[in-house]
Ligand binder design. Structure first.
Ligand SMILES: [Cu+2]
Length: 488
């Protein structure tokens, strides 16, 4: 029976995945479970209602959100019809449960490690106490079969995510990541509020299983996938009605892929970044998200009954112009569909979008206090990545004073982009190569450092603690592009 099921499933894949893999080299790749075919021939999923289902709150009290969170092996299906035998997940769901809270709530997450290796949970972007942050220097890893209660307050409305901070390159790729959504007090719900994890997966073309990291180059450049996933599947379709106000809350849990996304025929407005709602929303043709980054975009759905409009990903060039790594991406130079919106009958007068109010961003440029000037380097020949000439754990610790407006410069001397993530505090980008950024800014915890560029950021260092910082290309973090900052 099992074999027969597999055989049938495999037939579906032969029809839909193989064109993907074969066409990938030409830049005209289509995804498994193609969005372009009709329902009968594509085998695509039925359109889902737009929205999300939060994790059940086990505590009825106001102001406390209590959840169970178990990491275990879980053979999930990325949309190929073939479950990943090495798949892992939180609560047998990819992405893991969406934890929903209001600003100021206390989160209680009863974590259980049912995997065979030690784990921590890092709450990416949350300004919490550093002994709850899941960084490796501040807590003992949770051993297989053991439990730990993460308890922390969420001080900022925004869209966050969580993931392991040990063996992240392997485990996040295989499905171990989830979202944490913190609402502002004055948020007016959109008609369609859709959190989307934009992930990629590198599958072996023959087995459709997670491909091993079998080359030094893949380790050095970061692992780019050949299948694009929206919320863990390559074939999602979401129902829309013309006129609806749509909010897409985007997070990038990919190991190394920078996404550059837009929705066909829709006018996007960026309304939030990593640390929540921004003071000045702005129109954008597409939105770039490096690994670890989030952005929320809003649009009023425009389309006719039966029409499909797709969330598309454009190729982002990870290396500087003229670099010889252009062909490294298995998806090539083309644009690829990620998810399809399917318009139903009729239209509605949508709920008008109201931007939640937030204070203006405080900084107009660098402050007097320079906390540190970091230098990121990558030695292609030697196969190493470093910060300030060293690899974790030998990168010198940065010591800065809490509560002081402090400027940091990150200089990237390498030929490729690096997404720089600092735990525990929020930052405002004030300059890129000495020039003010081109778009209005919001709070960030992860941001791009372009090749041969210097990015200047400022933080009030509101949150004292012992914090990790690192490149969020997970292979780079594990190869040592990571350090520690003491804020005291
Ligand atoms: Cu990097």
């Amino acid at each position: 029976m099992y074999a027969a099921t597999r055989y049938v499933a495999r037939g579906v894949i032969m029809r839909f995945l193989l064109p993907t893999v074969l066409l990938a080299c030409t830049g005209e790749a289509d995804l498994p479970g193609s969005h372009t075919g009709g329902v009968e021939d594509s085998g695509a999923l039925e359109p889902e209602a737009c929205g999300y289902t939060p994790a059940p709150d086990l505590d009825a009290a106001e102001g406390v959100v209590e959840v169970d969170l178990t990491a275990s092996a879980f053979p999930w299906d990325p949309g190929t019809g073939v479950p990943l035998t090495e798949g892992v997940a939180y609560n047998e769901s990819v992405p893991g449960p969406l934890i929903e809270a209001n600003v100021g709530d206390t989160i209680v997450a009863h974590f259980r490690n049912d995997l065979s290796e030690p784990l921590t949970v890092h709450w990416h972007g949350i300004r919490l106490a550093s002994d709850m942050d899941g960084g490796m220097q501040m807590m003992e890893p949770i051993q297989p079969g053991e439990t730990f209660d993460y308890v922390f307050t969420v001080p900022d409305a925004g869209f966050y995510w969580y993931h392991p901070h040990l063996a992240g390159a392997k485990l996040i790729e295989r499905g171990l990541h989830g979202r944490l959504l913190v609402h502002a007090d004055d948020e007016v719900p959109a008609d369609c509020d859709l959190p989307i994890s934009l992930d990629d997966l590198l599958l072996d073309e023959d087995t459709l299983q997670v491909a091993p990291v079998d080359t030094d180059m893949m380790q050095l450049m970061g692992r780019l996938g050949n299948v694009l996933l929206a919320n863990g599947r390559s074939d999602r379709r979401v129902a829309l009605t013309a006129g609806q106000t749509v909010l897409l809350r985007l997070v990038n849990p990919s190991n190394a892929r920078y996404w550059d996304v837009y929705v066909e025929g829709q006018s996007l407005q960026v309304v939030a970044t990593d640390g929540g709602w921004i003071p000045e929303p702005y129109a954008a043709e597409s939105v770039v998200l490096g690994p670890g980054e989030r952005a929320t975009v809003q649009f009023t759905a425009t389309g006719s009954p039966g029409e499909e409009v797709r969330l598309m990903n454009k190729r982002f060039q990870l290396h500087e112009e003229g670099g010889d790594m252009i062909e490294y991406d298995p998806l090539g130079n083309g644009e690829n569909p990620v998810l399809a919106f399917v318009f139903g009958e009729g239209s509605v007068a949508g709920t008008p979008w109201v931007q939640p109010s937030v204070p203006a961003m405080p900084y107009s440029g660098p402050t007097e206090t320079l906390g540190h000037h970091w230098v990121l380097e990558e030695d292609m020949m030697g196969g190493t990545v470093t910060i300030d000439g060293e690899a974790w754990p030998n990168v010198p610790v940065v010591d800065v004073a809490a509560g002081v407006d402090t400027t940091f410069e990150i200089e990237n001397k390498s030929e490729m982009h690096h997404p720089f993530h600092i735990h525990g505090n929020n930052f405002q980008i004030v300059a890129i190569n000495g020039e003010p950024p081109a778009t209005p800014q919001g709070w960030k915890d992860t941001w791009d450092i372009p090749p041969r560029s210097t990015v200047t950021v400022v933080s009030d260092l509101w949150n004292p603690g012992d914090w990790m910082y690192h490149c969020h290309i997970l292979e780079h973090a594990e190869d040592g592009m990571m350090g520690e900052m003491m804020v005291e």
